[in-house]
Design a protein around this ligand. Structure first.
Ligand code: MLT
Length: 233
């Protein structure tokens, strides 16, 4: 599913839903959990983030349009969550597209949600290969529009796991084909195409974030949604 606007076309109820927001929500989630965060509570509004942060004495984090949202303590960059800061802590996170998509999947009845990023590509693929449910690779895109980086990741997953699945959606073929073209130099590909969120984040001086988010297996854990939070499975 290449954008949230297409999610209604898929029956997510008995599937594993992989929520994908490479730049940067699901990369930040992988990093924070890899670095020892106790849990991440993804929420779909800044107000709820602030309220939960106060009630549960958690860190509040997130962004709107790529910048730290007003009223939150931290933003949506992996580099804000090193082990010496995040270990043992719970983060309440709200982002423009990533956490919103996760809540859309829940509202559609998803019962098994994991999050995927290049940083945990192998953990995601190993999990999908170890179970026998259908899979929806759900790309967050940008405000309902398709983006390159989430499609590339969906393609990377498809390329690795396709032998064990019947691919019944052309969107998967599109993603895998695109990944085949870009795999040797993901950053170079994003730059050459002036991908929309690449362009936005470069404008904020965040090239280091982009390079980090496109690097496979740097934070190779499996974030799994249970009891309203993401924890390592
Ligand atoms: C989102 O959810 O849209 C993002 O993760 C945006 C960002 O922080 O770059």
């Amino acid at each position: 599913c290449l954008s949230p606007a297409l999610l209604h076309l898929y029956d997510v109820r008995d599937c594993v839903v992989v929520v994908i927001d490479i730049l940067r929500a699901t990369s930040t989630i992988s990093t924070a959990l890899y670095n020892g965060a106790k849990a991440i509570i993804p929420v779909d509004s800044v107000e709820k983030c602030i309220r939960l942060g106060r009630e549960m004495e958690c860190i509040t984090a997130g962004e709107r349009d790529g910048k730290v949202a007003e009223g939150l303590q931290y933003g949506n960059s992996s580099f804000e969550y090193p082990r010496e800061f995040i270990e043992g802590k719970t983060l309440v996170l709200t982002t423009t597209n990533g956490t919103k998509l996760l809540h859309m999947a829940l509202a559609k009845g998803a019962t098994e949600i994991i999050t995927g990023s290049f940083l945990n590509l192998s953990a995601v693929c190993d999990h999908l290969l170890s179970q026998n449910k259908n899979v929806v690779l759900a790309c967050a895109g940008w405000k309902d529009k398709v983006n390159l980086e989430d499609t590339l990741f969906a393609g990377a997953v498809a390329a690795r796991v396709k032998e064990q699945f019947t691919v019944n959606c052309d969107a998967t073929q599109v993603a895998e084909t695109l990944y085949g073209v870009a795999a040797d130099d993901l950053f170079g590909f994003m730059k050459a195409k002036d991908a929309s969120h690449y362009h936005r984040l470069i404008g904020f001086g965040l090239e280091r974030d982009i390079r980090h988010c496109l690097t496979p297996d740097l934070a190779n854990v499996l974030p799994y949604y249970v009891n309203e939070r993401l924890v390592i499975r």
